[in-house]
Design a protein around this ligand. Structure first.
Ligand SMILES: [Zn+2]
Length: 185
């Protein structure tokens, strides 16, 4: 710090003390002593904060505080990232869109109310979507047929009743939380 700055700081410190003394003179009794003490303390703090060789200590303290806050934020972010890696996010129920019922694979979607819709059956061997024997021919009960493997799963209900049955099975698994163990049938 240059001599000019030192002189300036001393002048400001002196002014603070002088102001405190002037205020103290306005009062009598105990107040002058207290006010003078506060003035001296403020002047002392000001001198301390500005009495560095290169940079005022006040700036050093502010920079240190800002650096500390930044470091803590970085550490928190790193901790969160590490926790996320260690513990992957738990799957949520809307991810349960596939399961095995009646010996074949079923897939579906959910409507706005969370009800399973667009149920479709797939071959467990080749993943071809299965065709109901009900159409064409209106055959009851409906069989599920894979036109690729030429396999057939005989049903006991109509195609519509089979879909309702699978819908109820899905809803049962959602209620009982069994879906968590059936995400990869
Ligand atoms: Zn097949």
């Amino acid at each position: 710090m240059s001599n000019d700055h030192r002189i300036r700081n001393s002048v400001i410190a002196g002014l603070i003390v002088a102001a405190a003394v002037a205020i103290a003179k306005l009062f009598s009794g105990v107040f002058p002593v207290i006010i003078a003490a506060i003035g001296s303390a403020l002047a002392g703090i000001f001198r301390h904060l500005t009495s560095s060789v290169d940079v005022p200590r006040g700036i050093v303290y502010i920079a240190s505080l800002a650096g500390g806050v930044w470091a803590i934020r970085r550490m928190r972010r790193a901790h969160k990232a590490a926790a996320a890696v260690a513990k992957p996010a738990q799957p949520d129920w809307p991810e349960y869109t596939q399961d095995r019922f009646l010996g074949v694979v079923w897939r579906w979607q959910y409507d706005r109310d969370g009800l399973p819709v667009y149920l479709a059956a797939f071959c467990p061997f080749c993943d071809m979507q299965l065709r109901s024997s009900e159409y064409p021919g209106f055959r009851f009960p409906a069989d599920l047929c894979c036109d690729r493997c030429d396999k057939r799963w005989s049903g006991k209900k109509s195609w519509e009743a089979t879909q309702i049955y699978v819908t109820l099975e899905v809803q049962r698994n959602l209620r009982s939380l069994a879906w968590r163990h059936r995400l990869t049938p």
